[in-house]
Every structure is written in structure tokens, then in C-alpha cells.
Design a protein around this ligand. Structure first.
Ligand code: IMP
Length: 435
């Protein structure tokens, strides 16, 4: 399938639905690939002729020599992680320069104090922790809102080191107050010599790639070029529309793309919502269809459900249609890419959550992002016929076992959005299109 115009790929749940594979496949034809939210809290693995890569920041468009990959202004950039990724790519023979990577001058930088504050805050919260990835994401976006962030464009300024030191001074005072451990392990990471040395080392590498991507994006859109938006995390982790406080601090849906690019929903041809055939979540927060016993363990093992960034085991459960309907609504999704259906090949029973019950009332859709509602809502299931044959690697929908075809049709009929793409195996080739 060749996408035309502007298309974005987002996750309809809590991240980890396998969207990396689609952005990898689609970026092969794209003119611009725009990563638009989150930071090194995300992670995906790409395997291709150059080798195996675990990316947190670099857009997958980097493997297309004709595409420009953009890290937009709302991405939380760790310059140190970014340079590690650039170096790894260069070592494996991928050319990277200002010709194929553009970093927005507006993007905020993850500084060591963000990582310290993220971890200190999580420890202080005890049982009420969010279960963050520890990559400094919350504190970075908090500083951005407080208007005290350090931005990639600051790297180009003569007084860059002064900007860092001024903020470092304030942040060190804050962390000294927050950290009760003696001696504080975090203060070491904030020594001015170390911070300046780390940033001097990356400044020269990154500076030529820093600029303003907006006019390039707008011109490309007007000229009908192919723009691919690469989302991170998932709609249910949205800071405003997710189950606060168990969310990330950015906008993983179409809103995030608009904020980052200035393009609006009318400018977008397809919003592809990547949906796993069952449910997973990493970190804390409500998950109505979570399976805590043997069946959940089996889904985890068959689906290899371990977080790409932290290695944490993912919580697993049956597909949750009420939360999917909510995501499709708030995420503006008009096309579903269903992933990991092959994992269900190995299951002895398959269920699907059709609606919730809460205070004696039936809810077909998650009516609110309220975490307490979601925690207390009772998932009501329908038993789906299991299948004996395999969907793994099959190239044509008509060759799926009938029950697997019915499972897919049941989902699209229930949510009113077509399943246009199906991924049925980990490899790049194990995907087919129904359009
Ligand atoms: P943070 O984004 O590191 O602050 O983490 C906040 C919540 O989002 C936690 O529950 C994380 O596990 C979750 N999270 C963050 N990034 C990802 C991701 O890329 N995939 C899945 N979950 C994520």
C-alpha cells in the first residue's frame, strides 16, 4: 500500500502496539517523516539490511535516503541519547547530516536534572507512583510549561553554557531539597564540569542539524508531498484525554501532530490507529481487562510483551472495545492497523470486552478519562470462537481461519472504523492491506 498526502501513525491504547513496524514500512515512500511527541520514553526495534537498531528518538525515515526526518518542536530530546543513536547509525553505514535529519530549534532538551526529578518524585510517591520510564519526561514538560526549559535552539547561541549553568544552579538547589539520601547520587550527575563536558561533546555534532522545520512541512503539504507523522506512546496516555495521572506528559494523538506541525486534521489524509489484537499496558494505572493469572502470562510469553525501553513485563489482557471506541473518538482515527493477531493463534480461549458496567449502568464507550471510573468499571466479555489454523504470516485475509476473519470483522463492526491493515508476525513482510 502506498500512502498519499499527510498520514499519521498513532497507537490507540497505552503504547507498545507495534506501530514502529508501520512507520518503518511507510517511511520507505515518504518525503518527510515527522516524530511529533514524547522522547526517549518510547522505544522500538528496527531490523533491516544495516543491522538491528533500538531507537528512542530517531525517526525511522532515516533509512530512506530520499526522506527528511524531522524531530518536531514538541519532542523531548535527550541530546546525549540522540548522539548515541546517530553514532550507532553512522557506525553501521547510515549517512546522517543536515540533509536528512532536522531537529527543531523549539524542541526542549532533557537535562540531567529532569531525570533526577523524575526518579526522586516517583520514589517519594511510593504506592501512588505513575510508573514512569524514568527518562525525565514529566519534569521536562513541566519546565516547558513553566517557561524555564532549555531548547535545542539554545545550543546555537553564544551563551549556551551560561544558559545551562544558570538553570543548573536553580535545579541543584531544588534537588538538594528533594533528595533525602546522603550523599545524594543525583548531585553527582549535576556537577557543572560533567554537565558542560557532556553538552560540549554533543553540541558540535548536533548544531548543523538544528533549525526550523515548519516552513518545510507546510510547503511539502501544499505540494502534495508524502508526510508521515510518527507518534509515540498511545492515546490513552494523553496528558489531557488519558487516565490522569497515569499518563505521559505529551499528546500521542492527532492533537500532538497538530501542535507540533501547525497542520490541522483537514490537512491529514489518514490517521492510522495501531491497535493490538489484545490489550497491554506497562506502568501503573487502571486496566479493566487485565488478566492476572495464567492466561495473561501466556499472552505475555507468546507476544513477547516486555517494554522496549525499560524491559518491564507488560500487563496483558483481552481487547477492550469501550476504551478503543474512546481512543478512536478522541484520536481522530479513521483507519485501524491491527497487530499481533498471530499471538491469538496459540490461545485456547479468546474473549473480547464489549462494554463496561459501572454503578448498575452499561457503558459501550469509556465516557471519561477519569482514572477512578476506569479502575472501578467492570469489564463484560463475549467469548469469541477460537481458531485452529494459523494467521501467522498468511498473505491474504481470505486465507485466515474463518474464526479469525470473524474476529477482525467483529472489531471493525463494533467500533465503526475499518481494519485496513493487518500485521501477523514480527517481520517487516508479515503485514497485508485490505485496501
Ligand atoms: P513517562 O512518559 O516516562 O513519564 O511515563 C508515564 C507513563 O507512560 C508510564 O505508565 C509509562 O510506562 C508510560 N509510557 C511512556 N512511554 C511509553 C511508551 O513508549 N510505551 C508504552 N508506555 C509508555
Amino acid at each position: 500500500m502506498k500512502l498519499k498526502g499527510t498520514n499519521i501513525v498513532i497507537d490507540t491504547a497505552w503504547g507498545d502496539s507495534g506501530k514502529g513496524k508501520f512507520v518503518d514500512v511507510f517511511s520507505g515512500d515518504a518525503d518527510l517523516v515527522v516524530r511529533f511527541n514524547g522522547g526517549a520514553n518510547a522505544g522500538h526495534t528496527v531490523v533491516n539490511d544495516y543491522g538491528e537498531f533500538k531507537f528512542h528518538l530517531i525517526p525511522t525515515g532515516i533509512f530512506n535516503p530520499d526522506a527528511l526526518s524531522i524531530l518536531a518542536g514538541s519532542v523531548a530530546i535527550s541530546p546525549l541519547t540522540l548522539v548515541d543513536e546517530i553514532n550507532e547509525l553512522r557506525e553501521k553505514g547510515v549517512a546522517i547530516s543536515e540533509k536528512n535529519l532536522l531537529i527543531s530549534e523549539y524542541a526542549h532538551m532533557i537535562m540531567p536534572w529532569h531525570i533526577a526529578r523524575d526518579n526522586l518524585r516517583e520514589s517519594a510517591r511510593g504506592d501512588a507512583k505513575v510508573g514512569t520510564t524514568g527518562r525525565g519526561i514529566g519534569p521536562l514538560y513541566a519546565d516547558r510549561t513553566e517557561r524555564v526549559g532549555v531548547r535545542m535552539g539554545d545550543m546555537l547561541k553564544k551563551n549556551f553554557e551560561e544558559i545551562i549553568l544558570r538553570e543548573l544552579d536553580w535545579q541543584t538547589k531544588l534537588i538538594t531539597l528533594m533528595d533525602t539520601e546522603e550523599p545524594s547520587p543525583y548531585l553527582e550527575s549535576l556537577s557543572p564540569e560533567k554537565v558542560l563536558a557532556d553538552f560540549r561533546a554533543v553540541q558540535e555534532i548536533l548544531a548543523p542539524m538544528i533549525g526550523n522545520p515548519l516552513p518545510i512541512i507546510w510547503e511539502a503539504q501544499k505540494a502534495g508531498k508524502e508526510i508521515l507523522g510518527e507518534g509515540a506512546q498511545g492515546i490513552l496516555l494523553d496528558i489531557d484525554l488519558g487516565t490522569y495521572p497515569y499518563v505521559t506528559s505529551s499528546h500521542p494523538g492527532v492533537t500532538g501532530f497538530s501542535i507540533a506541525t501547525g497542520l490541522q486534521q483537514n490537512d491529514i489524509s489518514r490517521v492510522i490507529g495501531v491497535t493490538k489484537a489484545y490489550q497491554t499496558r506497562v506502568g501503573e494505572g487502571p486496566m479493566p481487562t487485565e488478566l492476572l493469572g495464567e492466561i495473561g502470562d501466556k499472552l505475555r510469553e507468546l507476544g513477547n510483551e516486555y517494554g522496549a525501553t525499560t524491559g518491564r513485563p507488560r500487563r496483558c489482557g483481552w481487547l477492550d472495545l469501550p476504551s478503543l471506541r474512546y481512543s478512536l473518538q478522541v484520536g481522530g482515527v479513521n483507519s485501524i492497523a491491527l497487530t499481533k493477531i498471530d499471538v491469538l493463534d496459540g490461545m485456547d480461549e479468546i474473549k473480547i470486552c464489549t462494554h463496561y458496567e459501572y454503578n448498575g449502568k452499561k457503558y459501550d464507550t469509556l465516557p471519561t478519562a477519569d482514572a477512578a471510573f476506569m479502575a472501578e468499571a467492570k469489564a463484560i466479555y463475549e467469548m469469541m470462537p477460537k481458531w485452529d489454523g494459523a494467521t501467522f504470516g498468511v498473505k491474504d485475509f481470505a486465507d485466515f481461519p474463518q474464526e479469525a476473519q470473524d474476529y477482525v470483522k467483529y472489531i471493525e463492526d463494533s467500533v465503526g472504523v475499518p481494519v485496513e491493515i493487518i500485521s501477523n508476525g514480527p517481520a517487516r513482510e508479515e503485514v497485508f492491506y485490505r485496501i
